[in-house]
Every structure is written in C-alpha cells, then in structure tokens.
Design a protein around this ligand. Structure first.
Ligand SMILES: Nc1ncnc2c1ncn2[C@@H]1O[C@H](COP(=O)(O)OP(=O)(O)OP(=O)(O)O)[C@@H](O)[C@H]1O
Ligand SMILES: [Mg+2]
Length: 387
C-alpha cells in the first residue's frame, strides 16, 4: 500500500490543525488537516501512510512484556517520530502548505501499553512529540491521556466528547461505535438531560488481524480484506460462548483495554482451554468465530444501552463486509449505518479528534468527559512541545 490523500475543500490558514493517529492495529499513520474557522470543524484533507511490515512488527512486539523492552521502546519512540514527521512533511507538500500555516499538530502517538487499573495505573504512547515538533517546525500538543489518568480516570476513550459534539441528536439515541484494533462505543442519549457514556467494548479488528496473519504469513497487507476468509468459515458456538465469558466483557464501565490484554496470547489461552477436551477447529472457523465475537459484544453492548438507536460505525472494521453484515443481523431493531452516511469521513475520524483535542487545548477548554473516563473532574488535555 502506498500513501493516500483525500482533499475536500479550501483551507482557512489561520485556524488549521493537523490531527495524527497511529492506532492499535499498527496499520499506519492517519493524518487529518482540519479547519476550525467555522461553527463545526471542517476536514480539509486527509492522508494515510501505511507502516512497513518491519515497523508494524516492532510496534506489535512491544504490546506485551518482552526482552530488552526499554531500549526497544526508546528507539521506536524516535523512529516513529521520524515516520510521523515524514508523513506530515509529505502531506504539507501535497497540500501546498508550509509549517508556519499550521497552528499545531495534535499527536496521539502509538499506544504500546495501557494499564488503567490498580494503584499505579499508567498508559504509554510513543512517537516523540519533541522530535516531531523539531522535525516539522510545528508546535505539537500530545500526551493527551496523562492528565485524565492523573485525575483518577482511565485516560480512555477520549473520542466520546467529540462524538457528542457532532453526532448527538435530540429525541433519538445514537451509538457511535469505532471498530479499530479495539472497539469502543459512545452512547449519546436522545434525552439531552441524560449523560452520555463511553467505554472500550473489547477486541475490534485486533484478534482478526492476529489470527489472519498467523495463517497468511506471506501476505504483506496482513488483513482479511473485506472479511472474505472469515466468510468461508462457520461460527463455532461453543468457542464463542467461551470467548464471551471473559471477565472483561462483564466489567461495569468506566473501563478501557488494549492490546496487552486482547492479544494473540489471550486467544491461544482460550483455544487451549477449549481444545483440552475437544476436537480441532478449522482456522477459518476460528476467524468466523472472532468476527462473531466482535459483532456480538458490540451488539450486546448497544442493546443494554438502548432498544432503538442510530448505530454509527466508524474505523477500519467498517470495511469488513462480513463483520458489517453480522452487526446488522445482530441489531435488527436498530439503524446500523456508516459515519459516511452522516457525511463524516470514516477513515480520518479518529485523526480529526486529535486535531480537535489540540484545538481544545489551545482554547483551554475541557476535552475529557468524567462520566466516561471516571476522572475526578473535566479538564483540558495535552502537553505542549515547541519546535
Ligand atoms: N478492507 C478491509 N477489510 C477488512 N478489514 C479492514 C479493511 N480495511 C481495514 N480493515 C481493518 O481495520 C484495521 C485498521 O482500522 P483502524 O485504522 O480504524 O484501527 P486502529 O489503527 O487500530 O485505530 P484505533 O484502535 O485507534 O481506533 C485493519 O487492521 C483491519 O483489521
Ligand atoms: Mg489505523
């Protein structure tokens, strides 16, 4: 895959921000150029720079504890900053913009560990903000999750505040479901007096990618495109029940999770437990069962929150046709749609959120929702780094 750009309209240079997201799927860098001059943020252009297989493996190799991980994380922190700045410099060149026309970059970075529970909760995003600022000549706002966590919150998810700003509608419930590596939901009640909520549901594409790659080692792209392989398998109900019985799914919110938990080792442990007394299952049946796990855990969550809602799907999972069909089947009383059906570009939505978070930081406005993250108060998130 090569870098991809989409352009939508002309830019107002006094209020331009770039949002940068590198998600838990480690598929690549999403950039969004956003203009905040109007009432609603306007996506001007977006860009995607895929990671090489080598970088993807360096990232995923840090999801669980391993040998020499401080050095590996330190080197990758700098290496990713260079990938980020290369992507931004290419993007600016394509857009005929210079660094001084951008107010700031909102850099999520790459999460390599997220442990929101316990006395010493922490979350770690790499892709050095200071290096990025120096290499692009643009001020960077990053480390958005730290303050929410310092205030006792999960530091995640951060997208519900933005979802609320653009998707909430009086009189009818909306669930925005982002299916990235992990899937998360923002529930926006139609009764505007009620508080929204949001949390990580569980695995989105993460285990689908892991299992697919294990069985398609030579496939550079490493994705079950459109869910074709999963569609050739059948769901194993017994295994599905076992996977769904994991305690994470039963935890009350606020809650968040990451790749250190929903990892191939998690699946291996479940398969070992299942196969202790059973016959082997075909690999494609396991892929079909993992699609059902993502779909059913999302559907169960939506049903608990609302009996009728607009369910807006975004993130890479929206492109998995098998998964989307399964979601529609599991949510017969809801209107399941894509964010593009609401006029919002699916691929860059998360990156837009990080541009918005940088903007909120500059305006000193709050950007966390304590009812979502569990933080003791609302606050403006982020730390600023100058070139
Ligand atoms: N055409 C496709 N068919 C099937 N799956 C796809 C397709 N395109 C993308 N995906 C899935 O989407 C994933 C990438 O989604 P996305 O970029 O939203 O996740 P992410 O980077 O983990 O972001 P985050 O977790 O922060 O939301 C890929 O790893 C893949 O599993
Ligand atoms: Mg991604």
């Amino acid at each position: 895959m090569s870098a991809k750009t989409k352009s939508q309209n002309n830019a107002n240079q006094a209020s331009l921000y770039i949002g940068l997201m590198s998600g838990t799927s480690a598929d690549g860098i999403d950039l969004a150029l956003v203009d905040f001059a109007g009432k609603q943020p306007q996506l001007v252009a977006s860009y995607f720079a895929p990671y090489s297989l080598a970088i993807r493996e360096e990232i995923t190799g840090l999801y669980v504890p391993g040998h020499n991980e401080i050095d590996r994380a330190g080197f990758l922190d700098k290496k990713l900053a260079l990938c980020f700045s290369d992507a931004i410099n290419d993007f600016l060149q394509q857009q005929n913009l210079s660094s001084d026309q951008i107010q700031a970059i909102g850099n999520h970075g790459q999460t390599i560990r997220h442990r929101p529970e316990g006395n010493h909760a922490f979350t770690q995003q790499i892709g050095c903000c200071q290096t990025l600022a120096c290499d692009t000549g643009i001020r960077v706002v990053g480390q958005f999750r730290q303050k929410d966590m310092a205030l006792g919150g999960q530091g995640a998810p951060l997208v519900p505040a933005y979802h609320q700003a653009i998707f909430q509608q009086a009189g009818s419930d909306v669930c925005v479901v982002n299916i990235g590596g992990i899937s998360n939901i923002s529930y926006l009640p139609g009764d505007l007096k009620r508080q929204p909520c949001g949390f990580d549901i569980g695995p989105g594409n993460a285990l689908l990618d892991d299992w697919y790659r294990r069985h398609h080692k030579r496939c550079e792209i490493g994705i079950d495109m459109d869910g074709h392989w999963a569609a050739t398998g059948s769901v194993n109900q017994q295994l599905l029940t076992l996977l769904k019985s994991d305690p994470y799914f039963l935890l009350p919110y606020p809650k968040s999770t990451g790749r250190e938990y929903f990892h191939i080792d998690w699946l291996n442990a479940k398969l070992n437990a299942y196969q202790a007394g059973e016959l082997d299952i075909a690999p494609e049946d396991i892929q079909a069962t993992l699609v059902a796990l993502t779909s059913q855990t999302i559907a169960d969550t939506v049903e608990i929150l609302s009996s009728h809602s607009d369910v807006i799907i975004c993130g890479g999972g929206a492109k998995n046709k098998t998964l989307m069909q399964s979601l529609k089947n599991n949510l017969p009383t809801h209107r399941v749609m894509l964010s593009t059906d609401k006029g919002i570009d699916n691929d860059s939505l998360e990156a837009v959120v990080f541009a918005w978070l940088a903007r909120q930081f500059d305006l000193r406005l709050p950007s966390n929702l304590p009812c979502v993250t569990g933080a003791s108060r609302a606050c403006s998130l982020g730390i600023e780094y100058f070139p």
